[in-house]
Write a protein that binds this ligand. Structure first.
Ligand SMILES: Cc1ncc(COP(=O)(O)O)c(C=O)c1O
Length: 379
């Protein structure tokens, strides 16, 4: 196996702290994409069975990453937003039904639910900024709650939710549980059965270090049956490839959500990226990442001008560290963001502050000199 320095030969003038937006590809992913391009150029799809093998391998890797019981529960879709839309428009809503979520969600996990308003479906948003975010969510559920949908880690503050607690409640109360895991898959260990999730959605371009445009959509077998199909084609039928058959039935597996030709380029790339996580082990990835996030949080806390927006308690943070400068307004933060970027610190301006998101391989110490200089000249 290559060293981490060989896998991540980033420009030496950059400190990449933006995995919560778009991650960096490891070398093996870049090489897989180059090899796939070369193969396409030289022999087209002459070895298509080998491509299908890579596709099956990816489904197995995703199954293991989620700790799912079967790869049949994994569909490959375009992005997180598409998966959420398949759920929102697949369920058979009744007027008066409600959906419970939080006031910190990324727009993809809010807009689609708001769009159901015309069907008489209410979206209830809990304020999860105080102590006990799970209690805030559960206290607004009632007998008409059909679905609870939440990000495993909030994209702005980095707040990490107790999925097992939420899932247990949903399971006991007949509420569907949907997890937007894009900010935690590839960062933290995940156990879809322990958290009783009915649906898990996540694009591969953040913490999984894959390309944009290829997402995992997990659906449990019973939950899957509740979704009416919205897209049709040759690939979503039980006997895909039997082009002469005049009758058809949707695949029993989650493949029923994949109407046509797969994103083979993305599949080759994400498969290579996930092989790195398997080589290293998710337990190690998680512990290295939490250590790096912890270091960044300590630096923020040591500076009296800065206010940490990410909770420091163990279990409440993952890879996102967001802070505010006490003397800066939103314009000031936009300017601080630009100056950090100019200093080679790749970060994001989110939740009214600055969001830093290292990954397990990031040398956060390389961030210190540039950061001190920019922060001390902030006013
Ligand atoms: C929590 C969360 N959900 C969804 C998305 C959007 O994902 P996609 O572009 O795959 O639809 C993002 C992107 O930042 C996100 O942070």
């Amino acid at each position: 196996m290559k060293t981490l320095a060989e896998e991540f030969p980033l420009r030496s003038d950059l400190v990449y702290l933006n995995h919560a937006a778009v991650g960096v590809w490891p070398r093996r992913t870049a090489e897989a994409v180059k090899a796939f391009a070369e193969e396409n150029m030289r022999q087209g799809a002459a070895d298509y069975p080998q491509w299908m093998k890579v596709e099956r391998e990816l489904r197995m890797r995703l199954k293991r990453l989620l700790a799912a019981s079967s790869a049949d529960d994994i569909a490959l879709v375009k992005n997180t937003s598409e998966a959420l839309s398949l759920i929102a428009y697949g369920l058979d809503w009744q007027p008066g039904d409600n959906i419970v979520s939080s006031n910190q969600e990324f727009p993809s996990n809010r807009i689609v639910w708001e769009s159901l308003q015309g069907k008489g479906v209410e979206l209830r948003l809990a304020d999860i900024s105080g102590d006990g975010p799970e209690t805030a969510l559960l206290s607004i559920c009632d007998e008409r709650t059909r679905l609870l949908t939440i990000s495993s880690v909030q994209y702005g503050t980095g707040l990490c939710m107790d999925l097992n607690l939420l899932g247990r409640f949903c399971h006991d109360h007949g509420i569907l549980f949907c997890v937007d895991a894009i900010q935690s898959l590839g960062a933290l260990q995940f156990d879809v059965e322990a958290c009783h999730a009915d649906f898990v959605v996540a694009d591969g371009h953040k913490w999984m270090l894959g390309p944009e445009g290829l997402a995992v959509f997990y659906s449990g077998p019973e939950a899957r049956e509740q979704l009416k199909l919205l897209q049709y084609g040759w690939h979503m039928v039980e006997r895909a490839g039997d082009f002469d058959a005049s009758d058809w039935a949707p695949a029993a597996a989650a493949r029923r959500f994949e109407p046509g030709s797969p994103n083979m380029l993305g599949i080759h790339a994400l498969n290579a990226s996930l092989s790195l996580f398997e080589d290293i082990g998710m337990e190690t990835v998680e512990s290295l990442l939490l250590d790096r996030a912890g270091t960044l949080m300590r630096w923020v806390e040591e500076n009296p001008d800065l206010e940490l927006m990410t909770p420091v308690q163990s279990g409440r943070y993952a890879g996102i560290v967001t802070f505010r400068h006490r003397q800066l307004d939103s314009v000031g933060h936009a300017d601080l963001y630009r100056r950090l970027m100019k200093a080679g610190i790749v970060c994001a301006n989110r939740a009214g502050g600055i969001r830093l998101s290292p990954h397990f391989y990031t040398d956060v110490n390389a961030f210190m000199p540039g950061w001190e200089q920019v922060i001390s000249s902030s006013l």
